[in-house]
Ligand binder design. Structure first.
Ligand SMILES: [Zn+2]
Ligand SMILES: [Zn+2]
Length: 298
């Protein structure tokens, strides 16, 4: 009896193996790349007062937990990321949205499209307020529920609204960077607070880096990635702009493995494109982070 059980067990394992090698679209959990780049993960220090992890006791999410979780995967019918600008954008802001589009396409290795901007007139008086003189804010939930959730652009896998006006989540709150419904794969963020008052050629790169971080973070949630506690990572939770500035734009080794298993892209191709992107746009620190990972693949 014991022999039969062992035989059946072996047969079962053999079948599983066969199935794995037959199915080329299966993720490769033992890809040595992810283990090798662990060396580039910068461990998180003890959270200080005001940091996200100081007030949110999060346990993180292992790769195995991610694999077992229910999350979206791109299909033929659902494989395009959309950006929907809301409001009147300056020339520099439009340039940033263009660069964001390009970045998301590389980062997620999925087609990304920017839809026509819609006017701020879509927001009724009841969903606006003046925080103080000349500082108008929109109710984030209105943009999310009454505008963005109703949009169904072709083959959408995720949709991100970008407002140039400051947002608030509820009357008792001062402001919010953004709001998202991960179940609906829709989010809205404001670029207002990323820009330290006004976007200029002097602060352009810092503000661009922030926009890339918060957008890839939010859309990362839509693909089922939880907040990361493994290392300094773009998926770390954040409480403030200064904390976002301290976080890396890079996905740590564990989060790279999660995204790669979901979207099934070529890691080398993705990193090479990211490295070129950062180089072209003079984002030096970001460029060096990509180079370190890429050097391991070469
Ligand atoms: Zn988050
Ligand atoms: Zn991570």
């Amino acid at each position: 009896m014991k022999k039969i059980t062992i035989f059946l067990l072996l047969l079962f394992c053999a079948c599983n193996k066969q199935k794995d090698s037959d199915n080329k679209s299966q993720p490769k959990p033992k890809d040595p790349y992810f283990k090798s780049i662990e060396i580039n993960d910068v461990k998180l220090g003890k959270p200080a007062y005001g940091d996200w992890l100081f007030s949110h006791k999060e346990n993180g999410q292992t790769f195995e937990q991610y694999e077992k979780s229910k999350h979206i995967v791109p299909t033929k019918e659902s494989n395009i990321i959309y950006i929907r600008p809301i409001g009147n954008f300056t020339v520099l802001q439009k340039k940033q949205i263009e660069l964001l589009n390009e970045y998301l396409e590389i980062y997620f290795q999925l087609k990304t499209k920017t839809l026509e901007a819609i006017s701020n007139n879509v927001v009724p008086k009841s969903a606006r307020r003046m925080l103080y003189e000349n500082h108008e804010q929109f109710l984030a939930g209105y943009l999310l529920d009454s505008i963005l959730k109703k949009e169904k652009p072709l083959n959408r896998i995720a949709l991100m609204g970008l407002s140039e006006v400051d947002l608030y989540p509820k009357p008792e709150w001062n402001y919010v960077f953004g709001l998202a419904s991960y179940r609906d794969k829709v989010g809205v963020s404001s670029i207002y607070r990323l820009q330290d008052g006004e976007l200029t050629s002097e602060n352009f790169n810092l503000c661009l880096s922030r926009l890339l971080k918060i957008s890839s973070h939010e859309i990362g949630h839509m693909f089922g990635l939880h907040h990361c506690t493994n290392a300094n990572c773009v998926m770390n939770g954040t409480n403030s702009m200064s904390e976002t500035d301290r976080h890396s734009i890079r996905l740590c080794s564990v989060c790279q493995q999660k995204l790669s298993s979901c979207i099934k892209y070529d890691n080398k191709n993705r990193l090479t494109n990211l490295e070129n992107y950062f180089k072209r746009n003079n984002l030096t620190e970001e460029y060096l982070d990509m180079k370190k990972d890429l050097d391991i693949i070469h």
